[in-house]
Design a protein around this ligand. Structure first.
Ligand SMILES: Nc1ncnc2c1ncn2[C@@H]1O[C@H](COP(=O)(O)OP(=O)(O)OP(=O)(O)O)[C@@H](O)[C@H]1O
Ligand SMILES: Nc1ccn([C@H]2C[C@H](O)[C@@H](COP(=O)(O)O)O2)c(=O)n1
Length: 242
């Protein structure tokens, strides 16, 4: 199925735009699933959450008060960010400093919503995201919270990747090696989503967005289901899940 799909994508859309936009709540599997989908479809890959995390790291390093919206907005416009766009490598650099690991720390997860709810900073990061998508000739899997609705609502494929709260908390707990208490996990998943969803909707699929619920699927099954959705849409077949 996967090899057939790769061939059909290559035949159907050689050199033509293919943006696969994937949104969803924390721990739903957006980053890992999107990266694997991009790898298999030979598309570029952009983790937009990493950009919000990098800006948070930069503000904290620079001593910027995250509740000062003007200062955060100004930082978003000037901070020297480099982010990988290949699913085969992952790096995030700010002013040449490799922050790939640092931006995943619980301290950044705890602070990032303050930055992500600063509307001026969102405007600037969305501008940079669109620029990166264009630089890749619009052949990219892009994941985040507002990709299907704001960043690229005209994407060829738009998907909302969901999972039950129980599954998302369990996955994040395993991902962090069992080092977090239930309260810490809830703060990083449930409470962060609640704050983030005050400025963007990533819990309900907008019109034309296909929902993929991964609660009862393992990672490989979720990747296969996402690839089937891409295949169905670009080959104009009925989408089984919606
Ligand atoms: N269907 C699945 N079944 C089991 N585990 C999964 C599944 N999808 C993803 N995972 C695992 O769950 C963890 C969280 O996934 P991931 O980091 O991709 O989520 P996310 O939606 O990008 O989260 P966040 O938005 O908070 O960064 C990872 O360890 C990943 O390997
Ligand atoms: N398009 C996006 C991407 C991310 N965010 C916010 C929401 C999260 O709290 C934070 C980090 O994202 P993650 O790495 O956990 O996916 O960034 C957003 O508002 N819009």
């Amino acid at each position: 199925m996967t090899q057939e799909l790769i061939e059909s994508v290559d035949v159907v859309r050689p050199g033509r735009p293919l943006v696969v936009a994937i949104d969803g709540p924390s721990g739903s599997g957006k980053s890992s699933v999107s990266k694997e989908v991009a790898r298999r479809l030979r598309l570029a890959y952009l983790d937009t959450g990493a950009m919000y995390r990098a800006l948070t790291w930069y503000c904290l390093e620079s001593g910027i008060d995250l509740s000062d919206a003007s200062a955060v907005e100004a930082a978003s416009e000037s901070f020297p960010l480099e982010v990988s766009t290949s699913p085969l490598e992952e790096f995030v650099r700010v002013g040449g400093v490799d922050v790939t690991q640092a931006i995943r720390k619980p301290s950044i997860s705890a602070a990032v919503s303050s930055v992500a709810t600063t509307l001026g900073a969102r405007t600037e990061l969305i501008r940079r995201q669109r620029e990166l998508i264009d630089q890749h000739h619009r052949r990219m899997v892009v994941e985040g919270r507002d990709i299907t609705t704001v960043v690229v609502p005209q994407a060829e494929v738009r998907m909302l990747l969901t999972a039950s709260e129980e599954a998302r908390l369990r996955r994040r707990g395993i991902q962090l090696g069992g080092s977090q208490t239930a309260e810490q996990l809830a703060a990083q998943v449930t409470q962060r989503d609640a704050k983030d969803s005050t400025v963007v909707n990533f819990t309900r699929a907008a019109d034309g967005v296909v929902t993929l619920d991964s609660s009862d699927l393992d990672f490989e099954e979720t990747v296969s289901a996402a690839l089937e959705i891409v295949d169905s849409i670009i080959n104009h077949r009925a989408v089984a899940r919606d």
